[in-house]
Design a protein around this ligand. Structure first.
Ligand SMILES: [Zn+2]
Length: 311
């Protein structure tokens, strides 16, 4: 078997019924997302047209790592798209996870694949399905992200999940291209309020610059900067008042292509964000300090006029 068909596997912590549990996270190498047109997404760079047998091999390899209370599967597309993960493969995974005694399974899917017939196989499983709504604003989702579905589509999918006793996770994107830093914060906060009644948990994803994307072209032309970590802190604090569980894993934090502050405080601020995410304790966000917060304040003030990143 070539290295292209090896899954990527790591262990991390996840929330399970208001406590912290061990999680086995698996990226299955599939043919990738069928839509593959979002301006920030370069995941199909890692796609591989895995056959049914290869996917089952990947699952076996990943689960050799041993058990965990939570198993999280990323396919960089849609777990419930039969073209990506065939029905038999999904059923195989369900059985393996049941046998190893996992208490929760987390997957992700575009809303058009969240259909009762595809979910029936998972009855009795503690299943959480993440949907990349990105923003509750249909105009921003269409013009700045090119996501190809509406808020209504998302609502319908969450209703299907709820009817079947599953949990809905909503991914929101902090700082799509073409928004200023302040607009990005406002959009995320508004979106959290809008999805509160539909999602059991919200995951705030901070935009990073992925290869081969429109976001990368804008970034190279100095027309885009990934969000400040201070912006994420601001959104998380405000989300706490909304009263919804909110997760945030600042991927590539501190790197040029990832969310970052001044360079000096990036490690501390992203650590605080991760601790908040696990504990949901807003105090974790209060003690972080750095003088660059003043620069960030200026950016919030001026970028809505300049329309280009200033710092
Ligand atoms: Zn700083």
């Amino acid at each position: 078997m070539g290295s292209f068909t090896k899954p990527i596997v790591w262990r991390e912590k996840e929330r399970l019924d208001d406590r912290i549990a061990d999680c086995l996270t698996i990226i299955l190498r599939t043919r990738g997302c069928r839509w593959d047109s979002c301006y920030m997404c370069g995941y199909t760079n890692d796609a591989y047209p895995a056959t049914r047998d290869e996917l089952i091999q990947q699952i076996d390899m990943a689960l050799e790592e041993g058990g965990a209370e939570v198993v999280k599967i990323f396919t960089s597309g849609s777990f419930f798209d039969d073209a990506e993960v065939p029905m038999e493969v999904r059923a195989y995974l369900r059985d393996r996870i049941r046998d190893m005694g996992a208490k929760k399974l987390i997957v992700e899917s575009r809303p058009e694949f969240v259909e009762k017939e595809r979910l029936d196989d998972f009855k009795g499983v503690n299943l959480e399905v993440g949907i990349g709504l990105e923003t509750a604003d249909d105009e921003i989702r269409e013009l700045c992200i090119n996501k190809g579905f509406s808020f209504e589509d998302f609502v319908r999918a969450t209703e299907t999940l709820k009817e079947m006793g599953f949990r809905a996770k909503c991914y929101l994107l902090l700082k799509p291209p073409f928004l200023s830093e302040r607009e990005a914060i406002e959009d995320a906060v508004k979106s959290i309020k809008a999805v509160k009644n539909y999602a059991d948990v919200v995951s705030l994803n901070l935009t990073n610059v992925q290869k081969g994307t429109l976001v990368e072209k804008l970034w190279r032309a100095k027309l885009y900067r990934p969000p400040w970590l201070w912006s994420a802190v601001e959104v998380l604090k405000k989300a706490k008042d909304v009263g919804v569980e909110i997760l945030c894993d600042p991927v590539a934090a501190g790197k040029k292509r990832g969310p970052h502050n001044c360079g000096k405080c990036d490690a501390d601020v992203s650590k605080a964000i991760r601790e908040f995410s696990l504990t949901q304790d807003a105090k974790k966000l209060e003690d972080i300090k750095c003088e660059c917060i003043l620069k960030w304040g200026k950016v919030l003030e001026l970028e809505s006029y300049s329309r280009i990143p200033l710092l």
